[in-house]
Write a protein that binds this ligand. Structure first.
Ligand code: AMP
Length: 623
């Protein structure tokens, strides 16, 4: 089965279509693959030799788009047509971003509502999803050009703190770009994977991922346990990064260009173009100082100079802020510094020597910094893609359940044992009991979906637990457990704990479900959320009422002779009224009538039980 393709770029034979890994960044994006021949992850390079594509989209007056470096060049000249940092707007409403609206030079529609933001360029409006899809399309195009094959499947990374809306927006952007997004994974998880951390069976590790990019800083603490990554805490600053270092250097020159002389031509009022030149040179200085002790140049004929020591003094407060965030992240995770097994460095700004020294000193250990910090996230995404493609059997498959898994309980309700997005492998269990006296078997029906009624979900399997010894209703303890192994196979078992009777079945949870079907099921659950809550409440009230009726009936048949004629009559009347409420499917009435029946029967039930107790105690000594 499967088609065979030859990868012209690497000369190797590919059994299946390549799945790419994409780092969709705030400042830069890039795409990576795992080489079929060497099994090593590599970032894809165009003939320009560059792997990074600036996450910038420019629109000309006809609506044509340019992405990446050519767009970056238009940032100053056409600020209102050149969109940057769109990742900051993903899945957000105007209310969410109103406080940092000053950061954006382009026009964000201010309708002051909870609706998702739109960006206006000329006469047209774009959503962040569309804008991101232009970046993804460019990456896809590059990859297809380099690999000489079509690309339609991808793994995309997002920050660990991204919520569901932001993750969904990223997924949608992928789809718009013509990519089937097989998995959205956390950036710190990807960075760890790129170093092969925690991908081996049985491995347990606690990792800190320090990510200092151009404009953002994130620190994440994660644990890896047998292939399952769990984010324990995140901290950081969404407006702290290499750009701030550049600004500090630019301002330093503006005030004192390097000769200790404060009047070398910049003065206090400098125009936009000069400020931009200062910033560009400042970035050059910063990068130069990562490997040298002094930087010297000139701007418009004015000499500028800065030493590594001066630069370090300037950025020290900024670095200190990141260290404080690291301490906070550890505190939130409930982890001591000494418990961290590895510190992974991500983002271009971690090349700054002072940053490395400070982080290494704080954690008291060597850093994982051998891979290119700009590429490490994309490389990790490629590793994940390779695992999904089934090419890497050494590593565990890290996966999550796309939909909730549960069983049918009384009244056709869905009882979720494993919520959607649960990591796999995984296990979950819950105890159930019987409804009827002497009930000898129990039907276990397994469903997948987000709706409250199993009828609206998808049945995966069904089996009968038989041989439960006769016991009064409510006494048997039936433990139902779900176990999903690393291959996504679900094993459902049921055991009656008192007798040890057991039964189990294997299910393949995703079998036959396409991405579209999963999506439709999720959408349906959102659209029907309100109806579902109502139905669930009615079903629960009805179930409780039925139990009350059964118990009362049972009691009457056993102890009728100890009740007055009036008690029996009132009870029958109330039972009849309750049945009518149930037929009318009126939840409030059902609940009300159940309470009344309970109130009516309680006094005589207590009296009878007390009598029975006295009889039982007769002639016995209380110890
Ligand atoms: P990122 O957002 O991860 O792509 O990081 C981009 C940031 O890294 C920018 O602020 C760059 O100026 C900075 N950067 C790139 N190379 C170096 C370097 N060699 N030394 C210091 N900073 C660098």
């Amino acid at each position: 089965m499967g088609k065979i393709a030859i990868n012209i770029a690497t000369g190797s034979i590919q059994k299946e279509e390549i799945i790419v890994g994409i780092d969709l960044g705030t400042t830069n994006s890039l795409i990576a693959i795992v080489r079929g021949d060497t099994h090593e992850p590599i970032a894809l390079k165009e003939i320009d030799g560059l792997t990074l594509v600036p996450s910038i989209v420019h629109f000309d007056e006809y609506g044509n788009t340019t992405v990446g470096n050519p767009a970056k060049e238009l940032l100053i000249a056409q600020p209102e047509r050149t969109i940057y940092s769109v990742k900051r707007l993903m899945g957000k409403s105007y209310k969410d971003v109103s406080t940092d609206a000053g950061f954006f030079a382009y026009h964000i529609i201010d309708d002051n509502t909870d609706a998702l933001v739109k960006i206006q360029v000329g006469q047209k409006f774009y959503s962040p999803i569309e804008l991101s899809s232009y970046i993804l399309k460019e990456l896809k195009k590059r990859a297809e050009h380099i690999l000489k094959t079509t690309i339609s499947k991808a793994v995309i990374t997002v920050p660990a703190y991204f919520n569901d809306a932001q993750r969904q927006a990223t997924r949608d952007a992928g789809r718009l770009a013509g990519l089937d997004v097989l998995r959205i994974i956390n950036e710190p998880t990807a960075a760890s994977l790129a170093y092969g951390l925690g991908a081996k069976k049985g491995e347990e590790k606690t990792i800190a991922v320090y990510d200092l990019g151009g404009g953002t800083f994130d620190i994440s603490v994660l644990t890896i346990n047998d292939g399952i990554f769990e984010v324990l805490s995140t901290n950081g600053d969404t407006y702290l990064g290499g750009d701030d270092m550049d600004n500090l250097v630019a301002r330093y020159w503006q005030e004192d260009p390097g000769e200790g002389n404060s009047d070398l031509g910049f003065g206090s009022s400098i125009d936009k173009t000069l400020m931009q030149q200062l910033r560009v040179t400042a970035e050059k200085a910063k990068i130069h100082l990562s490997n040298n002790d002094v930087f010297e140049s000139e701007i418009n004929g004015t000499p500028v100079r800065i030493t590594r020591q001066e630069f370090n003094d300037l950025i020290q407060p900024l670095v200190d802020r990141t260290i404080t965030a690291c301490a906070n992240a550890l505190r939130d995770a409930g982890i001591k510094k000494e418990q961290i097994d590895a510190v992974v460095m991500v983002g271009g700004s971690t090349r700054v020597p002072l940053v490395k020294e400070s982080v290494s000193k704080f954690f008291g250990r060597d850093l994982y910094d051998k891979l290119n910090p700009d590429e490490v996230v994309a490389l990790g995404a490629a590793v994940q893609a390779d695992i999904l493609a089934g090419n890497n059997t050494e590593m565990l498959l890290l996966d999550v359940t796309p939909l909730s898994l549960g069983i049918e309980t009384m009244g056709g309700l869905m009882d979720v044992l494993m919520p959607r997005n649960s990591k796999i492998p995984n296990k979950a269990g819950r105890q159930y009991t019987t409804q009827k006296d002497g009930q000898g078997s129990m039907r276990i029906s397994v469903f997948q979906g987000e709706r409250d009624l199993v009828a609206d979900n998808r049945k995966l399997a069904e089996f009968e637990l038989t041989g439960i010894p006769g016991m009064p209703a409510g006494l048997p303890k039936v433990e139902v457990s779900f176990l999903i192994d690393a291959d996504g196979i679900l094993k459902v078992s049921a055991t009656e704990l008192r007798s040890g009777v057991a039964q189990s079945i294997d299910v393949k949870p995703q079998y036959g479900l396409t991405d579209e079907e999963v999506e439709k099921m999720l959408l349906d659950s959102l659209t029907h959320a309100k109806d579902d809550i109502k139905i669930r409440a009615l079903v629960e009230a009805t179930t409780e009422a039925q139990q009350m009726l059964d118990t009362t009936e049972n009691f009457l048949s056993k102890y009728r002779d100890q009740l007055t004629q009036e008690e029996v009559e009132t009870t029958h009347t109330r039972m009849q009224i309750l049945r009518e409420a149930m037929t009318a499917k009126d939840k409030d009435r059902i609940q009300h009538e159940t309470e009344i029946l309970n109130d009516v029967s309680r006094p005589y039930a207590e009296r009878v039980m007390e009598g029975a107790l006295k009889d039982a105690m007769k002639g016995k000594k209380i110890m």
